[in-house]
Design a protein around this ligand. Structure first.
Ligand SMILES: Nc1ncnc2c1ncn2[C@@H]1O[C@H](COP(=O)(O)OP(=O)(O)OP(=O)(O)O)[C@@H](O)[C@H]1O
Length: 259
C-alpha cells in the first residue's frame, strides 16, 4: 500500500500549551483510518493541522505533515488553498449548516466547485447529478433545485458531504460527521462515506467518539489520550485484543449501529 498522508513526530500547541505530542502515523491510499479517544485528546487538532485550520492560537511546533512530497505546515496560505478542498476535502459535524439560506443548493455547489476548477453551469449540473446518484441520492435534480430549508438536517448533512466530493479530493478528513444526527441518519451518512470510498477510492481520516461507527467503517484505528497515540492497529485487532487499558475502557460500552 502507498502512503498518501504522513505525520512525522508532530507537536501542536495552542498559545504555547501542548495539545498534540510526538504523533506519527501514515494514511494509506484508499484506507479509512479512524481516530478515537476522549474529548480534548487532540483528535480534531490533528486533522485541522493538515488543512491549516488551527486558528491564530494554534501552531505545529515540531514535525512534518507530508502530502505529495510537500510539508503542509510549511506551505503559504495560497499554496494550501490550492490543495485544500481540491485534493484534501474536509467535512464537519454540521457540513450542511454552511449553506446560505436564500440560494438553491445547486447554485451554491456550482459556485464552490467553480472556485476549484473552471466548469460551465451545464457541465456542473451533469457532474453533480451523476455523482449524487452514485452516492445513493434518488432525486439528485430535486435536491439541487431545492433551497436548504426545504431539506431535512440529515439530508443537508448528506448533501454537504457530497459537495465536499465534487472536486474529487484524494483524501477526505471528517470531524465527527455523524455526531449531530439521529441513529437512522447516522447510518445513512456512514453508508454514504463507505460508498465514496468504493466509488472513488478516497482515503479518509475519520474522527469520531462513536465506536459503533468506527467499527463499521475503519480499516485501522488510532486511539488518542492527552495528545498522544496510546494504541494503533487494525480495527479487528483493536476490538478483539486491545493492548492498552485505556482502549479497553473506551471499548467497554459499544452500542450497535442500528438500522
Ligand atoms: N482554539 C483553541 N485554543 C486553545 N486551545 C484549544 C483550541 N482548540 C483546541 N484546544 C485545546 O486543545 C486540546 C485538544 O483539543 P481537540 O479539540 O483537538 O480535542 P478532541 O479530541 O478533538 O476533542 P473533542 O472530541 O471534544 O472534539 C484541548 O485541550 C483543547 O482545549
Amino acid at each position: 500500500m502507498a502512503e498518501i498522508l504522513s505525520y512525522e513526530q508532530v507537536d501542536i500547541c495552542y498559545n504555547g500549551v501542548p495539545a498534540v505530542k510526538d504523533v506519527s502515523f501514515a494514511l494509506q491510499k484508499s484506507e479509512i483510518l479512524v481516530i478515537a479517544g476522549e474529548s480534548g485528546s487532540g483528535k480534531s487538532t490533528l486533522i485541522r493541522a493538515a488543512m491549516g485550520l488551527l486558528g491564530k492560537q494554534g501552531q505545529v511546533t515540531r514535525g512534518d505533515i507530508w502530502y505529495q512530497g510537500r510539508n503542509l505546515p510549511d506551505l503559504s496560505r495560497r499554496e494550501l488553498r490550492r490543495i485544500c478542498g481540491a485534493k484534501i476535502g474536509m467535512i464537519f459535524q454540521n457540513a450542511g449548516a454552511s449553506f446560505c439560506p436564500n440560494r438553491t443548493v445547486g447554485k451554491q455547489l456550482y459556485e464552490s466547485l467553480k472556485a476549484h476548477e473552471p466548469i460551465t453551469k451545464e457541465a456542473f449540473y451533469r457532474k453533480a447529478e451523476v455523482q449524487m446518484k452514485k452516492l445513493g441520492f434518488s432525486d439528485a435534480k430535486g435536491i439541487l433545485d431545492s433551497y436548504p430549508f426545504e431539506l431535512s438536517g440529515g439530508m443537508q448533512q448528506r448533501v454537504g458531504i457530497a459537495a465536499a466530493m465534487l472536486p474529487e479530493p484524494e483524501i477526505l478528513l471528517a470531524d465527527e460527521p455523524t455526531s449531530a444526527l439521529d441513529v437512522y441518519i447516522q447510518k445513512q451518512v456512514v453508508e454514504e462515506l463507505l460508498m465514496i470510498r468504493r466509488e472513488y477510492g478516497t482515503s479518509m481520516i475519520l474522527v469520531t467518539h462513536n465506536l459503533a461507527v468506527a467499527r463499521r467503517m475503519a480499516d485501522r484505528m488510532l486511539i488518542m489520550k492527552d495528545g498522544q497515540i496510546v494504541e494503533q492497529g487494525s480495527v479487528a485487532q483493536i476490538f478483539a485484543h486491545p493492548a492498552c487499558a485505556y482502549t479497553r475502557q473506551l471499548l467497554a460500552a459499544v452500542p450497535e449501529l442500528r438500522r
